[in-house]
Design a protein. Sequence first.
Length: 251
Amino acid sequence: MYKIQVENLSLQYSDGTESLRNVSLGIPQNAITVLFGPAGGGKSSLLRCLNRLNDLAEVHTVAGRILLDGENILDPKVDTISLRRRVGMVFARPVVLPLSIRGNLTYGLEVMGEKRRSRLDDAVERSLKQAALWDEVKDRLNDPAIALSGGQQQRLCLARSLALEPEVILLDEPTSGLDPISTGKVEASLQELKKSYTVVLVPHSVQQAARTADYAAFFLQGELIEHGEGKGIFTAPQNKRTEDYVTGRFG
């Protein structure tokens, strides 16, 4: 069952750059879908279309549809604030709020009007456990978030998104600046999170793509070249360009 369906999506920026060309792709529910390929292929642009963050960029034209549970989220009538609560985003570089660890997690809920201490406490513990960070910070929730290590800050950003109980989690190279141990913790968290969420990941390497993907889509210069089950894409790709990229012969 597809949680998201991308239909004939094209995107052109105001400087004339055509980032996506006629992309159609189904993103299954409760699975990790990996978008991979060389830089400039359109992966991050597609990711940002999935929660309308591209509205904040210099976009000239967008054509096609993106259906979330059957609703076209590109419709101008869609409430983007509500959409971004349903579709959370974690970026490559962790950006923590100048608040305590706890404050980072409760801020979004408090802005939306949640004041019950018990609900806030439950959200803090639940999201930190989901992000595999609870055991490391449970005794110092009032410490400044900036005091955490880079890997911990990135997992805090993931937890901050999870605190809002989204339906979809988008991750744009979330481990690109992390050490192997922190990277492993994030990847392990994603395998657990897919049981409850739909996960879309732009990985920082082909190796990470192969490790994490239930489904994979290879992008090149704005075009979707090949997509399917991750195991098939990385062991027996059907397109020569995909094969060259996966095996390191691309260039």
